[in-house]
Design a protein around this ligand. Structure first.
Ligand SMILES: Cc1cc2nc3c(=O)[nH]c(=O)nc-3n(C[C@H](O)[C@H](O)[C@H](O)COP(=O)(O)O)c2cc1C
Length: 411
């Protein structure tokens, strides 16, 4: 319908302009048990919430009349040139949400000038994901000495992955009670109420049955219920082990010829150990608040990890990143880039590949706008001088004086 020169068809009924908009829209697209899996967190959700509120402990400095035009967001992570310091985190069983999962995600990442970290428990095999991509991406694995890990590392190398992310914060699976209440188990526990809830999502149910992308396809070749159960059992039995130690990581580091990042570090001493066994970088992460409840938020953990290994290793942050300003704060505190988990899954649920592209675009435009308002021209210029700790921090006064001296630039 065209009225007075305006084309109303061009305007979506409800535009999604923030990650939170995508979150709300995503919830309606999938059954309750899938939503509990994606959006839930451990126990009382304290860490999940603090992953968000932690960013508010820092204010952004803003300088005026700096003549900054479009800011430069390009950087390198693990030797890869990317034009947006926001990469896609590994998420397992994403085919539950949208059957084309990682294939859409890897294409969207490339369109946005960034990269994907493919999960061990991906819904497409690591070879299929590599085939859908033009560039080399990253592969995530759990630390485990032995055949399965060796085979997966070999397959990943053959398929062209050159950076390995070893996830160390899953010695056991966190207690996500929302999933338990909704029967998220293998096989799924079904009640009439749950069946009714699935029946209310006919498109989701049709695609799930037709495309069968709910299994971890690095472990099994098909998507039947039996294979899905088998893939989950392999993942939990062989990869998630409480007895793992630094020796396992050292073994992986010896086996892997490319770059290696340790994902799930919150303690500076662990960061030092990771570097000492050969890690090129660490991901400061609490797994999006899905593992240990009451663990420190990632943004609160970041400064001490940077102080411990920032001069020797690349540092990436994830957990709770929802805004361009969150990325800016992480970079200013010493991270080279961030990973986003749930935000990309929301985009995928709502609009498939396009949704992931839009979510990445939201991060880009929010970062650009904030950096113009701050008066900073490049992500490479972001340092501690661009953030101000809110009151109550003992290093506040020191911070300010260093910031003042280090930030005076000739004009
Ligand atoms: C549904 C879901 C599945 C995940 N699966 C994995 C996984 O297979 N391997 C892994 O290392 N991390 C996994 N994670 C953790 C993410 O890689 C990342 O650390 C976390 O999502 C970041 O927090 P955010 O969701 O707040 O961005 C998963 C997260 C979610 C939400």
């Amino acid at each position: 319908m065209i009225v007075s020169g305006f084309d109303f068809r061009m305007r979506p009924a409800q535009p999604h302009i923030t990650v939170e908009d995508y979150r709300r829209a995503a919830r309606a697209k999938v059954p309750a048990f899938v939503w509990a899996y994606v959006d839930g967190g451990a126990e009382d959700l304290v860490t999940l919430r603090e992953n968000r509120t932690g960013f508010s402990a820092w204010s952004l400095r803003s300088r005026v009349l700096t003549g900054v035009g479009t800011p430069d967001l390009s950087t390198t992570i693990a030797g890869m040139n990317i034009s947006l310091p926001v990469m896609i985190a590994p998420t397992g069983y994403t085919g539950l949400v949208q059957w084309h999962a990682e294939v859409s995600a890897v294409r969207a990442a490339e369109r946005a000038g960034t990269r994907l970290v493919a999960s061990t428990a991906s819904s497409w095999s690591l070879e299929e994901i590599a085939e859908a991509a033009e560039h080399d991406h990253c592969f995530q694995l759990y630390p485990r000495e032995g055949d399965l890990a060796a085979k997966l590392m070999h397959r990943a190398w053959q398929a062209g992955y050159r950076t390995l992310f070893v996830t160390v914060d899953v010695p056991t699976i966190g207690l996500r009670e929302g999933e338990q209440r909704l029967g998220m188990s293998m096989p799924p526990s079904m009640t009439p109420r749950r069946a009714l809830n699935i029946a209310r999502h006919p498109l989701w149910a049709y695609r799930a049955l037709r495309h069968k992308r709910m299994a971890g396809r690095n472990f099994v070749s098909g998507g039947s219920l039996r294979e899905t159960a088998e893939s989950i059992s392999i993942a939990t039995r062989h990869l998630v082990q409480a007895t793992l130690s630094w020796d396992d990581l050292a073994w992986m580091s010896d086996q892997w010829k490319g770059r290696l990042y340790v994902k799930g570090v919150l303690d500076p001493e662990d960061a030092i150990k990771a570097v000492s066994v050969g890690a090129d970088g660490v991901v400061v992460s609490n797994h999006g608040g899905r593992q240990l409840d009451h663990a420190i938020s990632s943004i609160a953990a970041l400064p001490d990890v940077v102080a411990a290994v920032g001069d020797r290793a690349e540092i990436i942050l994830d957990s709770g990143v929802r805004r361009g300003t969150d990325v800016i704060k992480a970079l200013a505190l010493g991270a080279k880039g961030v990973l986003i988990g749930r935000p990309y899954v929301y985009g995928l649920a709502v609009e498939g590949q396009l949704g992931v592209e839009r979510v990445l675009e939201i991060f880009r435009s929010e970062m650009e706008r904030a950096m113009i308002l701050m008066g900073v021209g490049s992500v490479r210029d972001l340092d501690r001088s661009w953030v101000i700790a809110r009151s109550g921090r003992s290093d506040d006064a020191d911070d300010r004086s260093t910031r003042f001296h280090s930030s005076i630039r000739p004009h």
